[in-house]
Design a protein around this ligand. Sequence first.
Ligand SMILES: Nc1ncnc2c1ncn2[C@@H]1O[C@H](COP(=O)(O)OP(=O)(O)O)[C@@H](O)[C@H]1O
Ligand SMILES: [Mg+2]
Length: 293
Amino acid sequence: MIGNRQTPPVHAPSRNGSRSQDPRDAILSVEQLTVSFDGLTVLDELDFSVGYGEMRFLIGPNGAGKTTLIDVITGKSKPSRGRVVFDGATDLSRRQEHHMVRLGVGRKFQTPSVYSSLTVHQNLEVMLGFRTRITGLLGRLRRSDDDRIMATLEEVGLQNRARDNAGGLSHGEKQWLEIGMLLVQEPKLLLLDEPVAGMTRRERDRTGELLQSIGGDRSILVVEHDMDFVRQFARTVTVLHLGKVLSEGNMEDVQQDPEVVRAYLGNSRTQRPQAARLNTRREPADPAPVAAD
Ligand SMILES: Nc1ncnc2c1ncn2[C@@H]1O[C@H](COP(=O)(O)OP(=O)(O)O)[C@@H](O)[C@H]1O
Ligand SMILES: [Mg+2]
């Protein structure tokens, strides 16, 4: 069926980012993207793409250019060269940051930014434009919008917290609420920067399951440092290094790529080689006793 994007197309990602893909097959196609700051090239003729319905993980040593890439995709930084083709047509690099929601691009920063004094439900109302954070209600919530909010809360597992103040949520719950705040705007592409940072193991596992369940007709690009998490939930991983794709494929292959190992070791000045970031994780303890879900 033409236009059916429920099923992710099968890509055959090759190592070293040499995959060539028709931009029409990709929700996101980054082409020859170059970004420099004060003469320092941060993204270097980068080619990179994400397929429809795909969940892609982006990893790489500190300073590789991951955040800069997300900044360019969302119109926050401008490239000196190249383009970012979104959904087969729009060049996102030429658009302003505030156009992104309407275009169908949702970005979540690392730190949760929910409105603590509003309820969980009201946080989603703000995203739909029915409520301002300061003055309260703007208009009447239609039944269909309330249904949409409740369906979103169910999707992120917060349906029982709808009337609770967001300020009282745990760190993990706040992250899920923020993902819900993006989802309620019905994005085609979600960009998530370190969604499991600071989470307990249980929260992290639930987040992985959540990301898998919200995939399908949405595409997700996840920047993540937590290699256990990536190993557990990623199908395709792209390794960025010095502003270029260093390696791409499944986590097992990527992890064994000597160039990837070298890139990580070269950046782990403060760690023993075996403990380089590619292999370790620090995690906060789960609170005890653990409440039933
Ligand atoms: N606004 C900026 N001005 C100058 N240098 C920047 C700016 N943003 C990022 N950089 C530099 O670009 C490089 C890549 O940074 P970044 O994209 O944040 O890497 P990553 O997210 O992979 O750790 C770093 O050397 C960083 O210092
Ligand atoms: Mg970063």
